[in-house]
Design a protein around this ligand. Structure first.
Ligand SMILES: *[C@@H]1O[C@H](CO)[C@@H](O)[C@H](O)[C@H]1NC(C)=O
Ligand SMILES: *[C@@H]1O[C@H](CO)[C@@H](O)[C@H](O)[C@H]1NC(C)=O
Ligand SMILES: *[C@@H]1O[C@H](CO)[C@@H](O)[C@H](O)[C@H]1NC(C)=O
Ligand SMILES: *[C@@H]1O[C@H](CO)[C@@H](O)[C@H](O)[C@H]1NC(C)=O
Length: 963
């Protein structure tokens, strides 16, 4: 009834309006609908791009960012909504369009918003998070009874709070790490939460850390009590085991918001502390960790020093005596043993033993000094003062901080602790020192291979014996330490990663011998008073990265000894005073800084070795600047969001350059640069010509030797000259580009590892054997083809007598999407080479019919194939994804069976014409050994498949999942 009423109403309305307006309206409606359709097309092509790229990236052990996942879901959701609208539009009477008009316009806006959000310049993936990873500690020496005792309390009902006590270095943390890892393997607790408590205790940090380790987040900026309530509620939802490592002072659980463990909730808290009083004040049952027995100490010592010393009987007396001096402290045993590893000279052992005794005699039993002096012994044995300084410098990072290895080495270089040389040599030296410290157990492995850590007791020692350091790193400071704390004898100051928001206007610390100042990661810091550096004339290394400073204070200009100025990610930075006087400056890093002109005086910095000017707003680099900087080793001025271009010839004079990353003016410029052979000096480069789509770019992280060509005219005799050592090649939107074989200079390269070709309209084949050899792709590891509407085959072998069995023999990932005329992915011949292929991803190829097919007509082969089964072997294939291939009929020819024992995952979505899944046949009665899952969509496809072997379906059924 209501509908009829509105209908009548509309008829009346429409009759009341002049016809032309009605027609107008009708036209506008049609336009809107078209608009909506085109927006949805844009959105969906963006969505496909994102999905395609994710496919390629997720195999690098990364995880999709939440924001990207959300976006994909939104894009999917709006598609469903739009389909509904479209159906209504198709069905709508002329008159009811009036109401629909508004809806259509709303949807246009909605699609627009999602489209806008669909850019991810920071990349789509992140490394997997580090919540509750096991520590994987080495074997535990001794301490079996202690561990059993703690375990008993954790599993029993009598004790809820456990205090593990003992002096520093006795192994409390190590025991708990073992227990932590074992708890993770069980399901006794919902959450096992490990938090290293900083010293001094900071309630706010503790609250956030606990939440983080529970994989939850607390709202920022609330008052402490509200946060405590929130945390308590969070903890109330799970049965938790909370391990608080290294607690130095008492606190109230209620203040932090830690739900009190009780028999009823089954939760437990374990605290480790050097202080029994602290554990008692918290109401813990005490478990004392005693030093190792003599036997255990000897065992541990031998493990670490290497049992080959047993071959030298003269040494026995010495090492036994040395173990005795370790007082059963595992940390001391380990560190001292490591420092003696490889020493076989009796004199050296005697000398070392005397040194150790001398130190130990000076300490009182049971005091903190006990461990310090023993660790110091090992530090002294490093002997090289450079290495010692590198070690001390690690203590500038926060307690329990996982330092990236590369960052640490870079820091040592920046601080001038590594002898000057080429970058390559300095980096190698740095890593050598790092390994040495690690082998000596003065540094230890972090959670991931790329990070290292300092044991808290070792760090305490470093801070104690080191020169004058002030370290307040990551302790949630909101104010800079008072001027009186900045004493005259300070040598290094680290206030990194706090919340310091401003510095008093007249503050001007008097620290004449301060060499390193780290203020990075104080993201709220927006201003530094002009005179701040006036009395820091010795400053060499200044890190202001990741702050919000808008201008650099003038007193910086006079720091004549400054060698390193780091302003990475200072996105607010607009004003930089003239830098001409910083004659000693070797490194200037302005990656992502907000400046829009090059700092004045930069051309006077003749000692500069490292320059990063990847600044999004920078559009011009005045000529002549680069040619003055003849010591440059590292020059990076290109990133995905930069527009700055430079001329290749400007760097040709830079004889020391090793790393070069830039956008060049045009193809001609690139050709000239390559012909100059300057690239031969470089150990890595990324040279870009033309626009490169940003999804391309987020894939580039550690550039090696890379060329990217966007919207260029390539093909023909010498249209592009490529360096003969190029490893990565990106070709994007090059209209006339027909095949890699047309790039003459590419034939001479031997290092090509990765190749991506996208949006090139005319390309017909990747390699054309008719016109070139295929040797240049023999080392190719990754091939990515996207949106190539004319591509018909990967390798054209038409009329070629014999193809090389090595084609693509190193290929590991093959990804192809939106190549709308391609019918067959691989010929049987080509398959012979693909023995290293791990990933095949095929998406959105409208005419794709076969994944593997016979070259030529199938009949030629079927004659003998009817009786025998052909096998197609891809021994390393791990993942096969087939998505939206409307014409796909076969994965491999009739009666063929794919033999791929490494296959983990098979995914088939929207391939309605597929008839067979050739994984099981009479030659292969069982599923691939590594198979984990088969994903099929829609479900009906699975039911409609045909099977050569009656048993095959049953064999595969257990692996099948539907979307
Ligand atoms: C379209 O109209 C027909 C007939 O008027 C009706 O049966 C059908 O359900 C309508 N479809 C939709 C999607 O509204
Ligand atoms: C953390 O939480 C996110 C989202 O709530 C979830 O997707 C993820 O699997 C969780 N990670 C862990 C290690 O629990
Ligand atoms: C400077 O700070 C940045 C940002 O936190 C960090 O990545 C870099 O390693 C620091 N470098 C030095 C030498 O401290
Ligand atoms: C700068 O460095 C030189 C050489 O290391 C040193 O002699 C000089 O005293 C330093 N200047 C200041 C002001 O510390």
């Amino acid at each position: 009834m209501a509908d009829i009423a509105t209908l009548i109403l509309e008829i009346i309305k429409c009759m009341a309006t002049p016809t032309c307006r009605c027609v107008d309206y009708h036209r506008k409606f049609k336009r809107d609908v078209e608009d909506l359709k085109s927006k949805v097309r844009d959105l969906n092509s963006r969505k496909k791009d994102v999905e395609t790229q994710l496919d390629a990236e997720v195999c690098l052990q990364k995880q999709v960012k939440q924001q990207v996942e959300d976006w994909l879901q939104d894009a999917q959701r709006i598609n469903v909504e739009i389909q509904k609208v479209e159906r209504r539009v198709d069905n709508a009477s002329f008159l009811s369009r009036a109401r629909l008009g508004k809806l259509v316009r709303e949807k246009i806006n909605a699609v627009d918003t999602i489209l806008q959000r669909g850019r991810f310049p920071e990349g789509l993936v992140v490394n997997k998070p580090a919540t509750a990873l096991p520590f994987r500690e080495e074997n535990l020496e001794g301490e079996v009874s202690v561990k059993e005792k703690i375990w008993g309390y954790l599993t029993g009902n009598e004790v809820q709070m456990i205090g593990v006590c003992g002096i520093g270095g006795v192994g409390k943390t190590t025991i708990m790490k073992h227990i932590h890892d074992e708890l993770l393997l069980e399901s006794r607790f919902d959450k096992v939460i490990w938090v290293t408590v900083s010293h001094p205790l900071n309630v706010v940090r503790l609250q956030y850390e606990i939440a983080k380790r529970m994989n939850e987040s607390l709202l920022e900026n609330e008052d402490e009590q509200r946060r405590a309530l929130e945390l308590k509620e969070m903890m109330g939802r799970v049965k938790y085991a909370l391990i608080l490592d290294d607690v130095w002072q008492g606190f109230m659980l209620e203040d932090v918001g830690i739900l009190r463990p009780a028999v009823e909730n089954g939760c437990k808290i374990v605290i480790t502390s050097r202080k029994v009083d602290v554990c008692k004040s918290l109401g813990c049952e005490i478990v004392k960790v005693s030093p190792l027995s003599k036997e255990e100490s000897l065992n541990l010592f031998l493990d670490k020093v290497g049992r080959d010393i047993l071959q030298v009987p003269e040494l026995e007396g010495f090492w036994k005596a040395m173990v005795e001096e370790c007082a059963g402290l595992p940390l001391a045993v380990v560190v001292i043993a490591r420092s003696m590893k490889g020493v076989t000279n009796v004199r050296e052992w005697r000398h070392a033993l005397n040194e150790l005794r001398r130190r130990v005699r000076a300490t009182a039993e049971g005091s903190e000094d006990e461990i310090f002096e023993r660790l110091k012994f090992s530090y002294d044995r490093l002997q090289d003062s450079n290495i010692q300084n590198c070690f001390l410098s690690c203590s500038l990072y926060a307690e329990d901080y996982e330092i990236r290895r590369d960052d640490l080495v870079e820091q040592w270089i920046d601080e001038g602790l590594i002898e000057e040389s080429s970058r390559q040599v300095m980096l190698d030296n740095g890593h050598f020192i790092l390994n040495k410290l690690e082998n000596n157990c003065l540094l230890e492995n972090g959670h991931s291979k790329d990070t290292i850590k300092m044991h808290d007791v070792v760090r305490d020692m470093a801070l104690r014996i080191g020169p004058q350091f002030m370290v307040k790193a990551r302790v949630r400071l909101t104010e800079i330490p008072d001027e009186h704390e900045w004493t005259k004898n300070l040598e290094k100051v680290s206030l990194m990663e706090n919340r310091i928001s401003d510095i008093p206007l007249n503050m001007c610390p008097n620290c004449p011998i301060l060499t390193t100042l780290m203020l990075q990661g104080n993201s709220k810091l927006s201003q530094i008073p002009d005179c701040f550096f006036a009395n820091m004339q010795g400053l060499k290394c200044l890190n202001l990265s990741e702050t919000s400073i808008e201008s650099l204070p003038h007193s910086i200009c006079d720091l004549e000894n400054l060698t390193t100025l780091l302003l990475r990610d200072c996105r607010q930075l607009k004003h930089v005073p003239c830098l001409a006087k910083l004659k000693a400056l070797k490194k200037l890093d302005m990656f992502k800084a907000g400046i829009d002109v090059v700092p004045e005086g930069i051309d006077m910095l003749v000692n500069l070795q490292y320059l990063d000017l990847c600044c999004p707003k920078l559009v011009e680099l005045p000529t002549q600047i680069l040619s003055n900087l003849s010591h440059l080793q590292h020059l990076t001025v290109y990133s995905k969001w930069t527009t700055l271009k430079i001329k290749g010839e400007e760097v040709r004079g830079l004889k020391k350059l090793e790393t070069f990353q830039a956008q060049l003016y045009d193809l001609q410029d690139l050709n000239n640069y390559v012909k100059s052979n300057h690239f031969k000096r470089l150990s890595n480069y990324q040279l870009v010509v033309g626009p490169v789509d940003d999804f391309f770019d987020s894939f580039i992280n550690n550039f090696s030797k890379e060329i990217s060509l966007g919207e260029c005219e390539i093909g023909g005799e010498d249209s592009v000259v490529l360096p003969d050592d190029v490893e990565d090649l990106w070709i994007y939107r090059c209209r006339k580009f027909r095949s890699l074989s047309d790039i003459y200079s590419l034939q001479k390269t031997t290092e090509l590892r990765r190749c991506t070709i996208a949006e090139c309209e005319e390309i017909e084949c990747v390699v054309d054997m008719v016109t070139s050899s295929s040797s240049f792709i023999n080392n190719l590891e990754r091939l990515w083809l996207d949106k190539l509407p004319n591509l018909s085959v990967a390798v054209n072998v038409e009329g070629v007598e014999a193809t090389s069995p090595h084609i693509f023999s190193n290929l590991n990932l093959f990804l192809i999407s939106e190549c709308s005329t391609m019918k067959r992915l691989f010929s049987f011949e080509l398959l012979q080479g693909l023995q290293n292929l791990e990933d095949i991803i095929v998406r959105n190829c409208q005419q794709m019919e076969e994944i593997i097919g016979w070259e030529g007509e199938e009949e030629n082969h079927t004659a003998n194939a009817t009786t025998t089964t052909t096998t197609f072997t891809l021994p390393k294939l791990r993942r096969l994804k087939l998505h939206n291939l409307p014409e796909l009929k076969i994965i491999c020819p009739t009666r063929g069976v794919m033999v791929c024992d490494s296959l983990h995952k098979l995914q088939i979505r929207e391939c309605p014409k597929l008839r067979r899944i050739p994984l099981v046949g009479n030659v292969r009665p069982s599923p691939p050994a590594a198979l984990e899952e088969i994903h099929i969509e829609p479900k009906e496809l699975w039911e409609s498949l045909e099977w050569d072997d009656p048993n095959a379906k049953n064999v595969l059924q257990p692996f099948v999942h539907f979307f």
